[in-house]
Write a protein of this length. Structure first.
Length: 192
């Protein structure tokens, strides 16, 4: 619940109320409320302003089916859960969601060229749990994304298959698909 509340807005609201109470108490000659308003209200108000200035809003999240929720509970990897939780909450002091990940993967040469996460959804793909990240990527074409696919597979960890698609111009979808353990066992036995 707290992840969905903007701390900047909360600080502005509480700080604003306490500051107004302090000014009213000052005018009414009430020293105790005056001190509360000035010593707590103004710092909270300024803190709320600072947080609001550095706030990164959560990415819209969509669950496509009830079976995806069940699959999430059964199959989601730590990486998938961490990404889902991280980009669906308010963040502070970051330029963009997944900015360090995109930099590491070489998909963010400059801040102006960095793809922006615009959506997140979860679904079922071939019996596996899939987390699909939607990016607005007008300056980095899909062939650059596809060249980084092996690096992404190594980065996001074992047990995940990476699929990159371009549903429309300037939009890239990065699917992190959980490979069911039976498939991994079958593939390794076929290789031996």
């Amino acid at each position: 619940m707290l992840r969905q509340i903007s701390l900047g807005t909360l600080g502005l609201t509480i700080g604003g109320i306490l500051t107004i109470i302090g000014f009213v108490a000052y005018a009414d000659n009430n020293a105790t409320l005056n001190l509360v308003g000035f010593f707590y209200g103004i710092p909270l108000l300024l803190g709320g302003l600072a947080l609001k200035a550095n706030e990164l809003k959560p990415v819209p999240f969509e669950t496509t089916s009830p079976s995806a929720l069940i699959l999430r509970q059964q199959q989601a990897t730590d990486t998938q859960n961490k990404i889902r939780k991280d980009i669906t909450r308010y963040c502070y002091g970051q330029d963009a969601h997944l900015d360090t990940t995109l930099s590491f993967l070489g998909l963010s040469p400059t801040d102006e060229e960095r793809p922006i996460v615009t959506g997140l959804r979860e679904t079922e793909v071939n019996g596996g749990y899939a987390l699909i990240l939607e990016f607005d990527s007008p300056l980095i074409p899909i062939d650059v994304w596809q060249k980084k696919q092996e690096k992404m597979t190594n980065y996001f960890g074992p047990g995940l298959e990476i699929q990159i698609t371009q549903p429309s111009e300037n939009t890239i979808e990065l699917a992190l698909i959980n490979i069911p353990k039976e498939s991994i066992v079958n593939e390794s036995s076929l290789k031996n």
